[in-house]
Design a protein around this ligand. Structure first.
Ligand SMILES: Nc1ncnc2c1ncn2[C@@H]1O[C@H](COP(=O)(O)OP(=O)(O)O)[C@@H](O)[C@H]1O
Ligand SMILES: [Mg+2]
Length: 325
């Protein structure tokens, strides 16, 4: 059984017009459809990659799954149970089993907490371990995250580098041995030189602790490396979903094709094809009916302007939302 099942997830935000605009032209609030009907599932132990450009709704989706924000619509089932219908004790259990690794290790850590307190905090809040058990487990997890506990236990975030902070953030996420980890662009704020080390840490941990993971990134070369299945998203919707190797080597959706063609190839002789995409990144504000990608697609047809293509299976396990197929 899938550990997590998301169906028709929607998260809308309402942009209220100014008082004057409302008075003068009777303007209605504008709707930002940050996530608009996403359905997917994650199997136990699987790493599912989520790719898409900035603003397409990746973080909004992860906040809803982590139950940090109630979605506008749709359901999220964890081990078969609807997370919006959980009792207080069930929510507590959910919070201990599902963890987020945040993008920005400068913002996500409490500046008043030492590394020890940061990592010990979930143990104190969500378990009934005694002091000695908390100390042992905290030390063990800090060491597992690649830092010397004796050296780092009393350090505050401002006394650590970005990579060290991110290791502390990862230790905090893993200290309770979660079953599902959502890593929301955990490398994007870090120096290129230390990214590989943090990526290896997450991969090693996922193998050792065998948690399921949604790994979010806008970098397809990282995702092709770490994820078993890959989901490509554009303006709140899933455009393509399949086994990573299949999606990378044989993308179907025009957006997926453009995105994959843009992955850097480390060869000076390589001549990049002209990108098969037009226009600029659109905004999910009051989106028009039909396909979200229609304004940028070079293969746009009449139907794309009025009917949103459903995500359908065009090969076993390979799903695409495009009227071309
Ligand atoms: N709290 C919010 N209020 C209004 N709009 C929001 C809010 N959070 C996100 N958005 C908008 O929703 C869209 C998706 O944002 P986000 O999920 O952060 O994208 P990503 O993580 O893919 O970069 C963006 O257009 C963003 O401006
Ligand atoms: Mg984000």
């Amino acid at each position: 059984m899938a550990i997590l099942e998301v169906s028709d997830l929607k998260q809308y935000f309402y942009l209220e017009p100014t008082f004057l605009a409302k008075l003068v032209s009777g303007k209605k609030p504008r709707i930002i459809k940050a996530v608009d009907g996403m359905s997917f599932s994650i199997e136990p132990g699987e790493i599912l990659g989520l790719a898409g450009e900035s603003g397409c709704g990746k973080s909004t989706c992860s906040l809803a799954i982590a139950k940090l924000r109630d979605p506008t619509g749709g359901t999220i089932r964890y081990k078969g149970q609807d997370i919006s219908k959980m009792s207080k004790p069930e929510i507590r259990k959910y919070r201990s089993e599902v963890q987020l690794i945040f993008q920005d290790p400068y913002e996500s850590l409490n500046p008043r907490y030492t590394a020890f307190d940061t990592v010990a905090e979930p143990l104190r809040a969500l378990t009934d371990k005694n002091k000695a058990e908390i100390r042992d487990r905290t030390f063990e997890t800090i060491a597992m995250a690649g830092l010397d506990p004796e050296e780092y236990k009393n350090r505050y975030p401002h006394q650590m580098s970005g990579g060290e902070r991110q290791r502390v953030g990862i230790a905090q996420a893993l200290v309770l041995e979660p079953e599902l980890v959502i890593a929301d662009e955990p490398l994007s704020m870090l120096d290129v030189s230390i990214r590989a080390g943090i990526l290896d840490l997450i991969r090693d941990m996922s193998e050792r602790m065998n948690f399921s993971c949604i790994y979010i990134s806008h970098d397809l070369s990282i995702l092709s490396n770490i994820s078993e299945r890959l989901m490509i998203m554009y303006l709140g919707r899933i455009m393509e979903l399949g086994v990573t190797k299949d999606v990378i080597t044989e993308p179907y959706h025009p957006y997926a094709r453009a995105l994959i063609a843009a992955v850097p190839i480390p060869d000076p002789a390589y001549k990049r094809p002209i990108p098969n995409i037009k226009g600029e990144v659109a905004q999910p504000i009051d989106p028009p009916p039909g396909c979200r990608f229609q304004t940028r697609c070079l293969e746009v047809m009449d139907i794309c302007g009025n009917t949103a293509p459903p995500l359908k299976e065009i090969k076993p396990g390979h799903l695409v939302a495009c009227h071309l197929y």
